[in-house]
Design a protein around this ligand. Structure first.
Ligand code: AMP
Length: 585
């Protein structure tokens, strides 16, 4: 079992973090963010990093790895002691999106210490970045291409760098940044601390680690820690949604599932409070339960839940640990838990005593790998379902309206209304009178139609670039769309897993070897500018004057639009569908 590092009865927040030896300012920032205890990767990686050791960490997005490297880094930066003339920490990440996220996280954690973090990525103005760098930046978070640009121009000075972090190293290699990565590491001062985080550790990563890390401490959180057969046999479903649509998805899923009693798990206190508030606004009776509540408050919440005056308990892991609840119909993971062990513990609250239970997980696209790891460890399948559509919701509500009308009819006592029906029947068809009454009773009419939540389609498990270049082109006439649609059509019940196949379109990009374009530049531009999963990019051909890139046909036009407004190697270049290919297929 995970050692309990914070007591569930409202003891000082984020207590587990100070136990790891972190600066009190960092710990109080975490408390303010609602973190209650370190995740497994944080528990394992923070102490060696604080000691100045190099670390080789295998951890996917969603495990809390960003804080695992950012917190020790902030602790070790002592801004008071040294004027901020030099950059002292350098974090390398594969994409612009991640650069912004990580810089934001560093800023959030290090605000009280006055730490300045700057994201540096391609496609943005070089001048603005240079100006910011000149003003002084403690922590630079950069993508490889742009980082190298600044290093070569000497607009990013590395003499002061003492800590280097490589985040999502496997992803960087997949995008073709191996050479850039080498060049950047070579340019770093020899006396430094280096940490490398990667979801997978293929031989190429091991090579880099061997060459650039000194006697690193290895941290793995995806090794098997879940005892065989310990996960309950309940229906396990996951919805893949972007962060922006999570709350709407939670509401939609709850509306369709209609749980009799449920616990919704969140990562932080802050999130527990937000989710509780939103659910109450949607007409649910939800209560928050987290480590920040007094024993008295907790007792009150639990009493309500047991007496069924509360439908939903929204809780953090820490708060739920001491919970004495026999059975709930649904466990909802608003976030993927940071380790399989926590997942098993959470879903153990449903499906007890041979009763039907459902475990639902909302995962962001980037957390897909974490989900796979949980499946692997529990030896149980988590079905990826399509987010219920507005049509699903309507169908579900009509079903409920029908059921409640049947009950009303069977209960009798309708005589006083017959007179009314009679009088209306003089004027209208009885069928119309009945339909109008149903319309009024139907919740869909009352609440109005909600917005459609965009589906996120999953890409196949990551092939490496070289595998991909060798792979035959996927066939035309994809079945993927049909599978996706079938999933969306069926309401309730089992849904199809989306088959990762797609039609391929070839893009012509008017810059090639002459313009010093490399595959990584093209992948980088497409991933960063158009937000495309690097695994969806197919074969790349670079000729003297132009390049050809295979992308999923479905999103080809969107990519073209975006790339036309962007720059590749600092220049605007023509982008269109390749004419040789003869149209869209
Ligand atoms: P990452 O794996 O770094 O992408 O982090 C995933 C998410 O977990 C981020 O939204 C973090 O804010 C959050 N997080 C990281 N550490 C903790 C923690 N100890 N407690 C609660 N949430 C956390």
């Amino acid at each position: 079992m995970t050692p309990r590092t914070a007591s569930p009865d409202g003891s000082p927040s984020a207590a587990g973090f100070s136990g790891l030896g972190l600066d009190t300012r960092v710990v109080s920032a975490l408390a303010a963010l609602g973190y209650e205890e370190p995740t497994p990767v944080q528990r394992e990686a923070i102490p060696p990093l604080l000691e100045g050791r190099d670390v080789l960490g295998q951890a996917a997005t969603g495990t809390g790895k960003t804080a695992a490297f950012a917190l020790p880094l902030l602790h070790l930066l002592t801004p008071d002691a040294e004027p901020r003339e030099r950059t002292r920490a350098f974090i390398l990440v594969p994409t612009r999106e991640l650069a912004m996220q990580v810089a934001e996280a560093v800023h959030k954690y290090g605000k009280a210490m006055g730490i300045v973090a700057l994201p540096i990525y391609g496609g943005a103005s070089m001048e603005t970045q240079i100006r910011s760098l000149k003003r002084g930046v403690d922590v630079v978070v950069a993508t490889p291409g742009r980082a190298l640009d600044h290093i070569r121009r000497k607009t990013l000075r590395l003499e002061g760098v003492r800590t280097v972090i490589l985040d999502e190293a496997d992803e960087m290699l997949d995008m073709g940044f191996a050479e850039d990565l080498e060049a950047i590491l070579e340019a770093m001062p020899a006396e430094r601390q280096t940490a490398l985080f990667s979801a997978t550790l293929p031989p190429r990563i091991a090579e880099i680690a061997n060459k650039h890390l000194r006697n690193p401490v290895r941290v793995r959180i995806d090794r098997e820690v879940v005892p065989a057969g310990s996960a309950p046999r309940v229906r396990q479903v996951a919805y893949i949604v972007s962060r922006a649509h999570k709350m709407a998805t939670l509401g939609r899923v709850l509306d369709v599932e209609n749980p009799t009693s449920a616990i919704v798990f969140c990562r932080t206190r802050t999130e527990v409070d937000e989710v509780t508030e939103t659910l109450n606004g949607r007409g649910y009776r939800a209560e928050a339960l987290h480590g920040g509540l007094s024993q008295e408050q907790r007792d009150r919440v639990m009493k309500k839940f047991r007496a069924n005056t509360t439908d939903l308990l929204v809780a953090t892991d820490v708060a739920a640990r001491g919970l004495d609840v026999q059975h709930v119909s649904h466990v909802v993971n608003y976030d993927v838990p940071s380790a399989a062990e926590a997942y098993v513990h959470r879903i153990g609250r449903t499906g007890r005593a041979g009763r039907e239970g459902v475990a639902i997980t909302l995962a962001e696209p980037r957390e897909h790998r974490l989900l796979r790891n949980i499946e692997y460890q529990t030896k149980q399948k988590i079905e990826i379902a399509a987010v219920p559509t507005v049509a699903d919701l309507r169908a579900r509500r009509l079903e409920m309206t029908r059921a409640s009308l049947r009950e009303t009819i069977l209960a009798g006592g309708l005589d006083q209304f017959r007179v009314l029906v009679d009088s209306l029947a003089q004027e209208f068809d009885v069928m119309d009178v009945a339909a109008a009454a149903v319309k009024q009773a139907d919740a869909t009419e009352r609440d109005g139609d909600p917005e459609e939540i965009p589906t996120v389609t999953l890409r196949p498990e990551r092939p490496t670039r070289s595998e991909r270049d060798r792979a035959p082109t996927p066939r035309a006439g994809s079945r993927r769309h049909e599978a996706a649609k079938a999933g969306a059509r069926s309401s309730g019940g089992k849904r199809e897993r989306i088959t990762p196949e797609w039609d391929v379109a070839r893009l012509y990009i008017g810059a090639g070897r002459q313009a010093k374009v490399r595959p990584a530049d093209l992948v980088g531009a497409i991933v960063n500018e158009a937000g495309v999963d690097p695994r969806a990019i197919g074969a790349i051909q670079i000729t003297e004057r132009f390049s050809l890139v295979e992308v999923p046909d479905e999103i080809a036009d969107g990519i073209i639009d975006t790339l036309r407004g962007a720059t590749i190697k600092g220049k605007r270049v023509p982008v269109r569908r390749d004419r040789e290919q003869g149209g869209a297929g």
